[in-house]
Design a binder for this molecule. Structure first.
Ligand code: SF4
Length: 244
């Protein structure tokens, strides 16, 4: 059974999560939560579609997050698997489907297969990595690809997930990549969700002052949804607290 209650999942506003594509996620993020999950044994071999798991996509009126344990839009995932998942979603068009990726360029290839009520998201942990945390496309490249995604003639919500938030820079005007909020502004997202590392992954995290500034800037043009685990970062520490 792959229809899970939203217990410790990414987004509290999601009703169900479904993972019909399984196997090793090609991005191999250093902070990946899958390695600590009880289901990690399902995500160690070659990416594959579990056809029987498609049955968990059904019903109506639910917000269904598809692909929480592997980036199903990574280049290494067989396009036929993605098409089968989307075809199943199309059979139940009265749900809202949520997809999240670090490779938004791939959304383009399946644009006309998306179900009618879709929320497309990208993860941007920062505007640029200070170290190598993932084999996914660079954060700025993700943002630019997502900003360039055409809007279809039906309901589509674009959102950005900043999670786990990592330290980010405020570079001078004209610098590439620009600031995190400028990257996000170009995307024109309906909302931005911000969350922190919930494990002890020793990530470079921004200080509270910088987080506040980011939230203030994002709030000027979009809705900002702050996850409870951000409390830890939003309290000014007496010492340390990340680089500025
Ligand atoms: S993209 Fe998500 S599932 Fe894939 S390695 Fe990174 S954190 Fe894990």
């Amino acid at each position: 059974m792959t229809l899970n209650k939203p217990t410790s999942q990414m987004f509290p506003w999601v009703d169900k999560t479904v993972n019909p594509i399984r196997g090793r996620c090609p991005h191999q993020c250093s902070y990946c939560y899958v390695k600590d999950s009880r289901a990690k044994h399902l995500y160690q071999d070659e990416p594959h579609l579990v056809e029987s798991a498609l049955g968990a996509i059904r019903g109506k009126g639910k917000t269904v997050f598809i692909g929480s344990m592997i980036d199903m839009w990574a280049d290494d995932i067989h396009g036929g698997f993605i098409s089968k998942v989307l075809a199943r979603c199309q059979q139940f068009p009265n749900n809202t489907y949520v997809f999240l990726t670090k490779n938004p360029g791939r959304y383009n290839n399946f644009f006309f297969e998306l179900p009618p009520d879709t929320m497309l998201g990208i993860t941007l942990e920062t505007n640029e990595y200070e170290n190598d945390f993932s084999e996914a496309p660079d954060p700025a490249a993700r943002a630019w690809a997502f900003a360039g995604l055409p809007l279809p003639p039906y309901k589509l919500t674009k959102f950005v997930s900043i999670e786990p938030i990592m330290n980010f820079t405020y570079p001078p005007l004209g610098h590439i990549p620009p600031s995190l909020d400028d990257l996000i502004k170009d995307i024109k997202p309906t909302f931005v969700s911000i969350g922190a590392d919930s494990k002890d992954n020793k990530l470079p995290e921004p200080p509270a002052q910088k987080v506040s500034k980011l939230i203030e800037r994002l709030s000027e043009f979009t809705e900002v949804r702050i996850k409870p685990n951000m409390k830890r970062l939003m309290v000014e520490k007496k010492e340390g607290g990340g680089k500025r």
